[in-house]
Each structure stands twice: as C-alpha cells, then as structure tokens.
Design a protein around this ligand. Structure first.
Ligand code: ZN
Length: 392
C-alpha cells in the first residue's frame, strides 16, 4: 500500500507529466466488451496524415497541366488529400476517436523493436514485448505469449478470439497451436461446418484469381472472410491483418499502394457501420487501426528495415467504447506499438503480464513509463544490429 506521503509527492509529478504529455488520456468511461484490430502492413504515417505524396504520385509541377488532369487522390491541400485517401479515418475516427502519429505536430509513434519489419512488428504489437530474439519472418511459432493468447485463456473468451490475415505467417505469430486461437491466414480454408455460404463462395474464387502479389491473399478477400466470421461466429476479439500496402510498396507501385489503403478504409467503414447497428457490438466495441512498421522516405519509400531511415515510424488510430474522443493529436506525444497489447488488455480489463513492463497501456497510467521507453534497447545493442531474413 502506498503511504499518504508518497501519494502526495506523486500528485505534482502526475500534473507535470500531464503537461509534458498532453493528449494521453485514452481510456474513457464507456466500457468495452469487444475489440477489433485492423492492420495495414507497412503503411506510412505520411500518407495517413498528409495524403498522397506529390513526387511519388508524379503530379506535374506545372499548375495548368496539373489542373487539366484529374489525378487520383491528389489535391493541393494536404487536409483534402488525406480525406480523399482515407475518408473514414478523417471523418468518423477524427470526429469520434483519436489519431496518434502526426510528426508534423511532434506526435511520434514508433516501433520499439530494432528490426522494422513484420514479424517483429506484429510480435511487438501483440505481445507488448519488442523482443530482440524475434528477428526473422521465418521464425516459426512465437515463443512469446500475445495478449490475444492471454485473453483466449480466459473461459469467457474461449473460442471468441480470431485472426484473419492476408499473409501466411500469422499462424506462427500468434502461435496458433499453443494458444488455440482460430487463425485464417492467406489461402487457408474455413472448416466446412463453420463456413457460411458467403465464406464458401469467397473460398471458391481463391484459385480463380491471378497471384500478382505472391502467396498473399487479396485484402478484400481476407477482409470479407473476417467480416463474415464476425457476423456469424460473434468473436469478442477479432484481428484482420491486411498486407497489400506492403506488397505494392516493395514493388514501387505507389498508386496501387494508395488504392489498397483507400479500399481498406472503405471496408473498415462498412464493418464499423455494421458494428454500430448490431445489438451485440453497438457501443460495446473498440476499433484499433494501425501498422506493423513504417517505410523509408524519398526513393527509400519502397523499403523498410533497420537500415532504412524512418521505417520505425508508425501511427495508431482508435475509436469506440473506452476511447475518449480527441481527434487528431496535435501536440507532442511519444508512443510505441508495444503499448497496443497492454491497451487491449486494459480496455477489456484483462490482467496481462508481459515480459517488458516498460510498455503499458496508452493512457494516463503510462505517463511515468513513456519516458523510459527509448531506454528499452541498450545503446550497445543497437550498434550490433545484424541483417536478418528477407523483409516483409
Ligand atoms: Zn515489407
């Protein structure tokens, strides 16, 4: 038990931290019962907050030429550009939720892991532990316990946690075997007994489509499968992990990269509209939208990884029950993706013990640990980074 003296000493510290880290109060009064996490792999904060990039979109410098062309996602105003690109994010979430990561205002969200690619990114996000041993996309089953696994171990959440992903590594990332969580990744099929007619129809087109993005399921199909699962199996925690943004990024196809994000935004809007009309989910659901890593800038935009500057920069958007409406945070802030797992636990009031106590939920309760966050990786270790497996 804290002594009264200690408590009194803490009050000014909390007040000062509140001034240093404004906009940190996340957890609101309305209690949530369900959490939906949607990720856009390797989607940069720049596009989220500034919209399409003039150079990458190859917008003509000449104003008259520019005006003659109707360029997709382009407007001179960055505010209009971002609305063109992600209308749901910049209407619904901006008006009723919170968006962290606009570095133009000094609000910084980063991954805390040192690798800046997918498996380490998703591991960090879901386990709250930017573990140095998670250093490859081909790692196999994750030795770390994710917040999803912890939630799934609670009887009330048994068989109420599911993951749908375009990329096939998620079975390992959430350790499907050990955790027992239902994972539907890439082209894996839903057991016949559980599949709805729509899910069966979606599955039937898998083999009919060209595989232009490797062995990755198109995000639209992943999303539709996840959405159908939500409607019929009624999970309490659902993750939909989209991948096209990263795939088109690596290919250097900037317009396709934008179109994928725009389609994702539309699908998220559809899902959220449904959530708000369903008696089980309405006003009892939290939506978290984020990414696993950033990308480089300029010509480096195509790639990411520990040698690509700025690819540790990310963003987090949240809306729904438990989230205080703050809109776009236009003040200095400092968060890490590792805080997402403990935030999910806090929202659902789950006791989640992870291996790195430096990263706690994104709320007032984290103020005293945020300052320590960068100290999580000792300086000597950051100097001895090794190249790892193929980047995702
Ligand atoms: Zn990648």
């Amino acid at each position: 038990m804290k002594s009264r003296k200690t408590t009194l000493m803490l009050i000014p510290v909390i007040l000062i931290l509140g001034i240093i880290f404004p906009g940190t109060a996340v957890l609101g009064q309305t209690k949530t019962e369900n959490v939906i996490i949607i990720t856009l792999d390797g989607f940069r904060w720049k596009e989220v907050f500034q919209g399409a990039n003039r150079k990458l979109l190859k917008v003509p410098g000449n104003k008259r030429k520019r005006n003659r062309k109707n360029i997709t996602f382009w407007d001179e105003s960055p505010i209009k550009r971002r609305q063109l690109l992600m209308p749901f994010l910049w209407t619904e979430v901006a008006n009723h939720g919170v968006l962290y990561g606009n570095r133009d205002y000094g609000c910084k969200v980063n991954v805390a892991n040192r690798y800046w690619f997918s498996y380490p990114g998703y591991n960090e996000m879901l386990t709250g532990n930017p573990s140095k041993n998670i250093n490859s996309n081909s790692l196999g089953p994750n030795p770390n316990v994710s917040v999803l696994e912890t939630i799934h171990s609670i009887p009330a959440f048994r068989n109420k946690v599911a993951v749908f992903s375009s990329w096939d590594r998620f079975n390992d990332i959430v350790n499907e075997k050990r955790s027992g969580i239902y994972v539907n990744s890439a082209f894996s099929e839903i057991p016949e007994k559980q599949a709805s007619p729509i899910q069966q129809s979606i599955e039937s087109v898998y083999g009919l489509l060209p595989k232009v993005i490797g062995n990755v399921r198109y995000d639209g199909l992943t999303f539709m499968q996840g959405f159908e699962y939500l409607k019929h199996q009624r999970p309490k925690v659902l993750m939909i992990a989209l991948d096209e943004t990263d795939e088109f990024g690596h290919k250097g196809e900037y317009l396709q990269y934008l179109k994928s994000a725009n389609r994702a935004d539309k699908l998220i809007q559809e899902l959220w509209t449904w959530v708000q009309t369903d008696s089980l989910y309405r006003n009892k659901t939290t939506l978290i939208i984020t990414t696993d890593h950033g990308r480089g800038t300029g010509r480096g935009w195509r790639n990411h990884g520990q040698f690509i500057f700025h690819s540790n920069e990310t963003w987090i958007a949240m809306i729904g029950a438990g989230i205080i409406k703050q809109g776009e945070v236009k003040e200095k802030c400092k968060y890490h993706n590792a805080q997402i797992a403990p935030t999910i636990a806090a929202l659902l009031e789950i006791d989640f013990k992870h291996n790195n106590p430096l990263y706690t939920c994104i709320s007032n309760c984290t103020n005293n640990t945020l300052q320590l966050a960068d100290a999580a990786i000792p300086a000597n270790e950051t100097n001895t980074r090794k190249r790892t497996m193929r980047k995702k």
